[in-house]
Design a protein around this ligand. Structure first.
Ligand code: SF4
Ligand code: SF4
Length: 171
């Protein structure tokens, strides 16, 4: 299984056209979603996010009002104070956790989430391949992007392609 982040970026970018063809393939064929989720769970179990933390460095973290309440409580802060200090508005993603230049999410310490027990739902479910709203074909465009920085996403897409005999499957 590929976990080196430099290689993930390289191969994920190189495979964008192939993964987009796979997205179109999924839209025109019917597969058992359960099997896809089992494969995604197997990849997730084989990869330790504590060795990575790349999503926290690379991607925005959208948060819901409920996430803000949970995090404020976790940090022992007033909700308004939490919003002022730790959230910003992003034109594309709405309210997100504040990010720091060269670090990513304000709560990332090395590869570790410093608010793990209070982290937003989006972080709990990321990269949303085992659980998530909407059909897999409808969410494939997100997975193609995430496969350029998330080892779970990259390897899961490879496992799905192999499962359905989508060619080429080699990295
Ligand atoms: S809250 Fe934690 S898990 Fe979520 S992006 Fe920030 S560091 Fe990562
Ligand atoms: S979800 Fe993906 S990018 Fe985030 S820490 Fe886990 S393997 Fe790395």
């Amino acid at each position: 299984m590929l976990t080196d982040l430099v290689q993930i970026q390289r191969f994920g970018e190189k495979k964008r056209p192939e993964n987009d063809r796979f997205r179109k393939h999924l839209k025109t064929h019917v597969y058992v979603v359960r099997k896809f989720k089992i494969l995604a769970a197997e990849v997730e179990n084989a990869i330790d996010c504590k060795d990575c933390g790349n999503c926290c460095r690379v991607a925005n973290t959208p948060i819901t009002p409920r996430d803000s309440q949970k995090l404020a409580k976790f940090l022992g802060m007033d909700l308004d104070e939490f919003r002022r200090d730790y959230t910003v508005h992003d034109d594309e993603d709405g309210v997100i956790l504040r990010r720091e230049e060269g670090k990513g999410c304000v709560f990332l310490e090395g590869n570790i989430c410093s608010v793990y027990e209070g982290r937003p739902v989006n972080c709990e479910l990321f990269p949303h391949m085992v659980k998530g709203d909407g059909s897999i074909p409808a969410r494939m465009w997100q997975f193609i992007d995430r496969a350029t920085y998330c080892p779970i996403c990259y390897n899961t897409l490879e496992a799905w392609k192999k499962e359905v005999g989508f060619w080429p499957t080699a990295k």
